[in-house]
Design a protein around this ligand. Structure first.
Ligand SMILES: [Zn+2]
Length: 255
């Protein structure tokens, strides 16, 4: 997950309900009901889709004739299906250096990221984010987001199922989903997925290394607030870039 610290406020505004306002017995009922209820992958994808729809409604989405949309469409023209998963792409005309992908196959790329990355570097970053989806990291993060929302709002306490979520509940779910930080292993595997994606499609795999290096450099170059959290959710940019370079050298793809 690549994100910036201010995203929550950009997208969702302030949280309206805190744990302290929820009756503890309702919270326990929510936990019990949620734990008793098995979410299918299709249901998780559906909740992800709803959360992304809400984010799309709250952000400035670039229109079909917008130069940013046209550039993104050109970059992903061969990749509307990745590893069998249909992907829908949109640009948020937001200055933050950010991108994310969700379990339903939605990829959102921010204008700020497009302004600083080459086409290949954007593919490398989208490949990494899609890797989290294909590896089911995004699904698992969404499940835990739903669980936390169920706990916070006790939404599952009555019927033992998660029905249609209200706007504020969806906002809470999307917040937790975006705030999810993946383990080091998950990040390494998403890097590997992106590397393989670039390699099998004939792109320069070095773009994965240079995108990390660029993010690291940007964070130290005065754009602090806009990119700092990318580094905090993706630590060790330097060693990850080195790992990509090593692999490319072994594959004879370092150029
Ligand atoms: Zn990641």
């Amino acid at each position: 997950m690549i994100r910036i610290a201010s995203l929550f406020f950009v997208v969702f505004g302030c949280p309206t309900l805190s744990l302290a306002q929820v009756n503890p017995s309702l919270i326990q009922a929510g936990i019990d009901a949620f734990n008793a209820y098995t979410l299918s992958d299709a249901q998780v994808a559906d909740y992800s889709r709803q959360a992304v729809q809400q984010m799309d409604a709250k952000n400035s989405v670039a229109g079909p004739n917008d130069p940013y949309t046209q550039r993104l469409n050109t970059i992903v023209v061969r990749h509307h299906k990745v590893s069998g998963l249909p992907i829908n792409y949109k640009v948020y005309k937001v200055a933050d250096v950010n991108a994310f992908a969700t379990a339903d196959g939605s990829v959102r790329v921010f204008k700020g990221l497009m302004d600083v990355m080459t086409d290949n570097e954007l593919l490398a970053i989208m490949g990494h984010e899609i890797g989290h989806v294909i590896n089911h990291d995004s699904r698992d993060a969404m499940k835990s987001a739903l669980k936390r929302s169920a706990v916070r709002n006790a939404v599952a306490s009555n019927s033992g199922t998660l029905g249609k979520l209200s706007r504020s509940q969806l906002g809470g779910v999307a917040d937790y989903m975006l705030g999810a930080s993946f383990s080091r292993r998950q990040e390494t595997e998403a890097d590997d997925y992106s590397y393989d994606f670039l390699k099998r499609n004939g792109y320069n795999v070095m773009a994965l290394a240079t995108s990390f290096e660029k993010l690291a450099k940007l964070s130290g170059g005065g754009q602090g607030g806009r990119v700092a959290a990318i580094i905090s959710t993706h630590p060790d940019s330097k060693s990850r870039a080195d790992r990509v370079r090593d692999r490319a050298r072994r594959d004879g793809l370092a150029r």
